[in-house]
Write a protein of this length. Structure first.
Length: 407
């Protein structure tokens, strides 16, 4: 007889989406187990999967497209204060968020990601004030910064930096307080039974549940727990950390910076205002053009990428960008860290069933700032068995037919 502990739902993955889903399930009196490994102490000898939330800062703002993305982030943000109060974990820092975009004259074929008008319309729809800054306003408002000609800015003054490590800790703390069970293990097998499922951890422990939520992020296909792969691509990304002795000397907002010269994008990524990392030092974090250059398909490939520590060529690009932005600023040593991201063909998260017992949730590059709302939607979908939100479920459904046609 199987005497494994039994739950209504097992959430596989204890990152931002898994933690948020578990919290919202527990808040609705669902018996829930959330299982996932803790952050490894080092990466140079790493084996297995890796998470993208092992970091100190993600922007939470409305300067994004499409509108669905900004709506998810805005809904999450409205609950941040309550989550911080419930958990006792502060994971937000107020910040000005500045997006620098090539003007229509510089890049007439720019995609919607560089469409300032569309981003402004999104912000207006959500009731969030955003200032449009032409070249003269950029020079006036940010005299310490240097931007290329034919670039404009969008400024949100009430944005946040979200600490993804602390966000996960807050979600898990609230989930456990509401009755969820947290186990630090890695699920290696899902067995479908006549009634429910049994999941097995690398430790050999087993648990039973009526339903399973797969919240394994960029490793969703690599871990091999699904009956068929989800259409998505996993990338090994690089974060560059540049040390600063005194954060007060680095006078800049958090930025999304898209630099175009003669119609060619020369840099596109995040330049974060200084953040303090677990080693006690302050760093400016830059994630640039190589974000989607390194596709990975298996856990072995993920582990091998993590052990490299990231693409070292990104250091020179980062220092060049910072040198242009803040001429005369003194920078300390720079180093890389490995990161993981995933991209869906829809450009949006997935919240959908794989079978009658298994729901998959994938963030699609916007995990931290929108995680709480994605987790809420997932929990409601799992509990009720139907889609109840004003955003059509079709926005989050997995395009299985497209994947099969491409195979």
């Amino acid at each position: 007889m199987d005497d494994s502990p039994s739950f209504d739902v097992v959430v596989i993955g204890a990152g931002p989406l898994g933690a948020a889903t578990a919290r919202h399930l527990a808040d609705r009196d669902t018996s829930v187990l959330v299982v996932g490994p803790d952050e490894p102490a080092r990466f140079d000898d790493h084996e297995g999967v890796w998470a993208g939330y092992y970091d100190q800062g993600r922007l939470a703002h409305v300067l994004e497209v499409p509108l669905v993305t900004t709506l998810l982030a805005t809904r999450s943000r409205r609950r941040f204060a309550d989550l911080e109060e419930r958990s006792g974990v502060v994971f937000t820092t107020p910040v000005r968020s500045l997006s620098i975009l090539p003007s229509a004259e510089e890049n007439p074929q720019a995609s919607t990601w560089f469409d300032a008008g569309q981003i402004m319309n999104n912000a207006e729809d959500l009731g969030v004030p955003v200032d449009a800054l032409d070249e003269d306003r950029l020079r006036t408002d940010f005299p310490q910064l240097r931007f290329p000609r034919n670039h404009t800015g969008l400024l949100q003054k009430d944005a946040f930096i979200v600490n993804p490590r602390e966000l996960v800790r807050a979600e898990l703390t609230a989930a456990v307080s509401a009755g969820a069970h947290l186990v630090r293990d890695e699920i290696v097998e899902i067995t479908h039974l006549d009634e429910g499922v049994r999941v097995t951890g690398r430790s050999g422990e087993t648990w039973r549940a009526d339903r399973v939520v797969m919240a394994t992020g960029s490793a969703t296909n690599a871990v091999g727990l699904l009956s068929r792969p989800v259409p998505m691509t996993t990338f090994g990304a690089t974060v560059v950390l540049v040390e600063v002795d005194d954060p007060e000397t680095v006078d800049m907002p958090a930025m999304m910076y898209m630099k175009s010269v003669d119609g060619t994008i020369e840099f596109g990524g995040i330049v974060m205002s200084p953040l303090q990392y677990p080693d006690g030092k302050w760093y400016v974090k830059v994630s640039g053009r190589s974000l989607l250059d390194n596709p990975l398909a298996s856990t072995d490939e993920i582990a091998a990428w993590v052990r490299t520590g990231g693409r070292t060529d990104d250091i020179d690009e980062t220092l060049a960008v910072l040198g242009e932005l803040l001429p005369g600023q003194e920078w300390g040593p720079a180093r890389t860290r490995p990161c993981m991201v995933c991209e869906t063909p829809t450009g949006l998260p997935y919240i959908d069933r794989v079978d009658d017992r298994t729901t998959v949730v994938v963030e699609g590059e916007r995990g931290a700032m929108a995680a709480d709302e994605i987790g809420r939607l997932t929990a409601d979908f799992v509990i009720t068995g139907r889609w109840n939100d004003g955003i059509p479920h079709s926005a989050f459904q997995i395009p299985w037919a497209d994947a099969e046609a491409d195979a």
